[in-house]
Design a protein around this ligand. Structure first.
Ligand code: UDX
Length: 444
């Protein structure tokens, strides 16, 4: 059966991954963007970002994919996915100007066509787009919400083997059409109204953020009481009602989605007259978590002025070059503000344009050489072997703060490092309050 052609608005990370995956499923795909350098790069076979497996997918499906600046080239497709950015505005609300530009630039189509929203938008956006289409005499353009749940670094796998596909439509038949595209993936498909589909995306992200802030607060209490958060998370996660995912304590989340979507949901609630207390706390906990490393460094080094600190990993998580809202940026800025000298290394992310005053190094070993302390900021695989005699001897003092609990504390200490993780007491007794020995009371 011939699979229908698909048009994609937006050649960003979501658009290119979505397009390449649909091409892999046998669709002809036309991707349109307004940035000519981006389109030229993609036409020449270059991908303007780092995503494992994507280059191979594009190469394999070259014949089926085209890239264009002209919205009219999407006219023959009939199925038009919106994959444009919805960054935060100064107020924290999502900026929907790129979405509205797409709605205004829709190519003329005689027959019934579908506009499918993949971008993350506030609840109620579909309703507004529907009204706008109707008022322009475009009742024959159907609207479907089909949010993406792609995580950077595993986006191709997330598309091809999704936990679920969410399809929210105003008209049942439109929902059928979009759901049918995903049939080859054999994933559960949640069919719903448009507003609920929009909320599923925001709520799923908010819940994941809540889990991370929760385990980070448990980690902080573990530090104060002598428990080990890694073991605690294992013990929690084996309860089938809770599950093991998103319970890794660390120095907080970052990235292109959580920070923006968390604030967008918070604003959406408050614009609707509701104070989302829990979400506010979840966001605040994350902000404080990014800064806790400073206290750990001061505990070992005293004042940080004039001290040299190596930041290992800058991307907001491994397997991506994305620096958006990365905890490393907050950490580096705080260290510079304290008067520390900052040396940094990341295997792919280039932060030169974002962090002035930081010395960038070619390897982790180069970064730690002469440093008073090293901080694991991103859990890159390359750092698993960091606790070596070579690294220890290269440092001015072997203080290692493991912001992602990547290393085994015993091994790191055995290798001669003063090791601190997140939520792992320095020694089983270190966090216990001092108690006086009592004389045994004789029974009367
Ligand atoms: C996320 C969602 O997973 C995805 O479904 C959505 O579409 C976009 O946002 P992404 O931002 O790419 O994807 O990364 P993800 O792997 O989910 O990690 C997000 C952040 O949480 C990272 O900063 C990561 O370091 C942090 N994290 C994750 C933790 O601190 N602990 C965990 O246990 C898991």
């Amino acid at each position: 059966m011939k699979r229908p052609a698909i048009g994609i608005f937006g050649a960003g990370w979501v658009g290119v991954v979505t397009g390449a995956c649909f091409a892999e499923l046998g669709h002809e795909v036309v991707v349109r963007d307004i940035v000519s350098e981006r389109i030229e790069a993609l036409q020449a076979g270059r991908i303007p970002f780092h995503e494992p497996g994507l280059a191979e997918l594009l190469e394999r499906n070259r014949e089926r994919m085209s890239f264009t600046l002209d919205a009219a080239d999407l006219a023959p497709t009939g199925l038009m996915f919106v994959c444009v950015g919805t960054p935060p505005t100064y107020s924290g609300d999502a900026d929907l100007s790129a979405v509205w530009n797409v709605v205004e630039q829709l190519p003329e189509q005689e027959e019934r066509s579908l506009l499918v929203m993949k971008s993350t938008v506030p609840v109620g956006t579909g309703e507004k787009v529907r009204e706008s289409l109707d008022s322009r005499g475009l009742a024959h353009v159907g609207y479907v919400s089909n949010p993406e749940f792609l995580a950077e670094g595993s986006a191709v796998k997330d598309f091809m083997r999704p936990d679920r596909v969410v399809v929210g439509a105003f008209a049942g038949a439109d929902g059928e059409t979009v759901a049918a595209l995903y049939e080859p993936l054999e994933a559960p498909i949640v069919r719903t109204d448009v507003a609920s589909a929009e909320m599923i995306k925001l709520a799923a992200n908010a819940f994941l953020m809540t889990r991370i802030s929760f385990i980070n607060e448990i980690a902080n209490v573990c530090e104060a009481t002598g428990a080990d958060v890694v073991k605690v998370a294992e013990g929690i996660g084996l309860d089938h009602r809770l599950g093991p995912h998103f319970l890794r304590a660390g120095i907080g989340w970052g990235g292109s989605c959580f920070p923006k979507d968390g604030v967008a949901l918070k604003q959406l609630a408050s614009n609707s007259g509701y104070h989302f207390q829990l979400l506010n706390a979840v966001i605040e906990v994350n902000e404080l978590q990014k800064r806790r490393v400073i206290g750990k460094l001061e505990k070992h080094l005293g004042k940080l002025r004039g001290k040299t600190i190596a930041l290992l990993g800058l991307a907001f998580k491994p397997n991506t070059d994305d620096l958006r809202e990365a905890p490393s940026l907050v950490l580096a800025s705080r260290l510079l503000a304290e008067g520390a000298e900052v040396r940094a290394w990341d295997p792919v992310a280039d932060a030169r344009h974002l962090l002035q005053g930081v010395t960038f190094c070619e390897s982790a070993l180069e970064a730690v050489t002469g440093a008073d302390a090293a901080v694991i900021v991103t859990e890159w695989d390359e750092l698993r072997s960091l606790a070596s005699a070579e690294a220890r001897d290269a440092m001015a003092s072997p203080v290692l703060v493991d912001g992602r609990n990547l290393l085994d504390p015993e091994e790191a200490r055995a290798a001669g490092f003063t090791y601190e993780g997140i939520g792992r007491a320095a020694s089983p007794l270190a966090a216990l309050p001092e108690t006086e020995e009592r004389e045994p009371q004789l029974e009367q």
